[in-house]
Ligand binder design. Structure first.
Ligand SMILES: [Mg+2]
Length: 177
């Protein structure tokens, strides 16, 4: 059977970098758009990756997905700086040497950076999922708190991908949820 191309988001799917950075923004009382842009451009990702909690057992789940041999997996992640890309690449290469990581500049949509057609994107951000599906991709919503979404298949743990039959036609994949 042909392996399905599977793209996994990083922030809010693999590591909980989002909660940690929001806390930092609050503590530093950053308010304006410029302050927040600067914050993300200068953020110490080496330290953040070491301290951010793993989302719902994602590291073990990715290992299971690799071992299942059913997917051709890449990590597709938005980045704000070169340092962020470097640290994410370092972490993924160390933990999962067999999968690739694609850092996508923040200003470019994920669906325009790689070919979404018949490929799965697992992401916590609805904006990415909507555009992905509109361009012919299969969108899966990751929600750590099991907040169901009526538009997309929703999962709380990455190993739940193993229970979904992606080989049926796309209409059915959407309708079954
Ligand atoms: Mg995300």
């Amino acid at each position: 059977m042909k392996k399905i191309k599977l793209y996994l988001d990083f922030d809010g799917v693999i590591l909980d970098t989002i909660t940690v950075t929001y806390q930092m923004i609050e503590e530093q009382e950053l308010k304006t758009r410029d302050e927040i842009i600067k914050f993300f451009q200068t953020l110490d990702w080496n330290n953040l990756i070491k301290t951010a909690p793993i989302m719902n057992d994602s590291v073990n789940c990715i290992r299971k997905l690799i071992d299942s041999n059913r997917f051709n997996i890449s990590i597709l992640t938005h980045v704000n700086s070169k340092g962020e890309a470097e640290e994410k690449i370092k972490m993924i290469n160390k933990k999962f040497p067999e999968i690739s990581i694609i850092p996508c500049p923040k200003r470019i949509d994920k669906c325009d950076f790689v070919n979404p057609i018949n490929s799965i994107l697992v992401d916590d951000y609805l904006g990415n999922l909507e555009k992905w599906q509109a361009k012919g991709g299969i969108s899966v919503k990751f929600s750590d708190k099991n907040k169901q979404n009526n538009k997309f298949i929703t999962i709380t743990k990455l190993d739940q991908l193993l229970n979904i039959d992606f080989n049926m036609n796309k209409e059915k994949v959407y309708k079954r949820v």
